[in-house]
Write a protein that binds this ligand. Structure first.
Ligand code: ZN
Length: 314
């Protein structure tokens, strides 16, 4: 059982980071115009988010949805305190990212915990990826940028099934050694359950006390928010989510993606957990995404609206 070190009555504070403009848009079937992306990211910036994942330096022929990343980075107008994060797949991607180094603050490097998923995703073994991570980590430090790591399929792989916890935590330790100051654990295809998540984050926080650990859940099988709650109870204070419940994984077709930022934030606020975010503005941004895509999105708070407590009857 995780130890609770809070003093009674203390408000819990968590960080909720937005990944919709990268993780979300990447997996949507529609092509979203650059101007619309910029408008939506600016709307997210007004909701009080402290970090938004805005672009990716993967090859445009692999992920055409994100081929306008540099234009998006140049076009957005975010408050000073919002960190702009970009996803980088390898040293070549890092070369390209550093050409526009002034347009972002944070770099995310990623690997899949499962060998098969890593090979299918980026066509390299886990070992090859981690060797490159070590080289890239040094360059990121030299540039004075923040190095965030993402471990995909941390809670299960669609090809290999269960992924041993030790394997994931060993990779996290390797990332920390390479200079990562934050490590995200992704439930890429929604295979986690709350009991395992509690066990996992308890062990992870114990093993890596000096690194910020982030929970990144998908709602593929409807367990995303329950998993987020389990991570919170285990002591996790950093979460990623996607407005409108955008994105996710293209396999299986039709499955929902990341948990919706507004659902996660709504749940936290109802529980008295402070996020520093403006829920109404998040819902507004999700509504704007819905109208850009021209179809109903699956976010619950978008469909039902945030909880409104009726005034006490007189
Ligand atoms: Zn995701």
């Amino acid at each position: 059982m995780a130890q609770d070190n809070r003093t009674p009555g203390e408000t819990r504070r968590v960080q909720v980071r937005e990944v919709g403009p990268r993780d979300g848009f990447q997996n949507e079937p529609e092509t979203i115009a650059t101007a619309d992306k910029i408008r939506l990211i600016d709307a997210l910036g007004r909701a009080g988010l402290t970090r938004i994942e805005v672009a990716s330096f993967v090859r445009p022929d692999v992920i055409p949805q994100l081929s306008d990343g540099i234009e998006v980075l140049k076009g957005i107008d975010l408050p000073e305190d919002v960190e702009r994060m970009v996803l980088v797949p390898n040293s070549k991607g890092l070369d390209n990212a550093l050409k526009v180094r002034d347009l972002f603050e944070d770099i995310a490097l990623f690997v899949s915990a499962s060998q098969t998923h890593n090979k299918r995703n980026i066509n390299r073994t886990v070992e090859e990826t981690m060797a490159d991570v070590k080289v890239m980590g040094k360059r990121i430090a030299t540039e004075g940028l923040k190095f965030c790591a993402v471990i995909a399929t941390s809670f299960g792989c669609p090809f290999e099934g269960k992924v041993p916890m030790e394997r994931v935590l060993d990779l996290a330790a390797e990332f920390a050694e390479a200079g990562a100051t934050e490590i995200g654990f992704g439930d890429t295809t929604g295979m986690a359950n709350p009991a395992y998540v509690r066990e996992f984050f308890t062990a992870a926080l114990e093993r890596l006390p000096q690194v910020e650990l982030t929970a990144h859940f998908h709602n593929t099988r409807g367990q995303g928010l329950a998993n987020a709650y389990a991570a919170l109870e285990a002591g996790c204070t950093s979460f990623e989510a996607s407005f409108g419940e955008l994105g996710g994984c293209p396999v299986p077709v039709g499955s929902t993606g990341n948990i919706a930022t507004e659902d996660l934030v709504g749940m936290f606020h109802e529980m008295g957990v402070d996020t520093g975010l403006d829920l109404e503005k998040l819902v507004e941004a999700a509504r704007a995404a819905q109208s850009v895509l021209g179809r109903k999105l699956t976010s619950h708070s978008l469909i039902a609206g945030p909880v409104q407590w009726a005034p006490a009857a007189s």
